[in-house]
Design a protein around this ligand. Sequence first.
Ligand code: SAH
Length: 230
Amino acid sequence: MEPRDLSGNGRSPEGDEFSFARRRMVEEQLEGRGIRDPRVLTAMASVARHRFVDPSLWARAYGDHALPTVEGQTISQPYIVARMLELAELDPGHRVLEIGTGSGYQTALLARLVARVYSVERLPDLVRAAQARLAQLGAANVALRHGDGTLGWQEFAPYARVLVAAAAPRVPDALREQLEERGVLVIPVGGQEFQHLEVWRRLPGDRWTHSRHGDCRFVPLVGRDAWQAP
Ligand code: SAH
């Protein structure tokens, strides 16, 4: 009999009832569109995405789209999550700051890919739900915080990588300041409807380069150094 792992921690990636859907997601949506980083592909084949949405949405959890969480927020489309993770050029030793925990899905992926994850979310209900899920999955290398992520998380700075999972009008100053030299910041920048996925690199002497990597649609980054709350 196949081992069954309903805990969703992915330690037995073949074992849960959605493993087939997840493998297909990786092959068609990720490899099929050019995601190549083997560590990202393995993580996405392992983490049980359905566990991060309401059970009424489980059947759609591996589809090629975002899904609703609460208060108009979303869990991002699998391809966009994979693209951000690949663009971040993650290393197992990294300490990473994530802004916009949301469901905690990307947080769980980061927890498998790097040494330590610090994640900030502005909606307290989402922080609580993500905390419970990540604890269930045994992700011990994650710290969550309720707050305005446009201000970063100064206490544990600097970070090797910063990933912003909400749409910003520009890169918030605090996030630049909290990035290590030679660090990489990945962020959707643009209007509230459409953005470009941007990669910012901090070079020695506080010089910066940035590049654009396609269009995306994220929910707005709402905070002191971004959009105002509606
Ligand atoms: N990567 C997430 C999806 C994030 S959606 C996932 O895998 O589920 C974007 C999230 O950013 C939302 O939950 C929203 O509440 C949050 N957000 C928006 N502005 C924020 C801010 N200033 N600080 C922290 N979180 C913010």
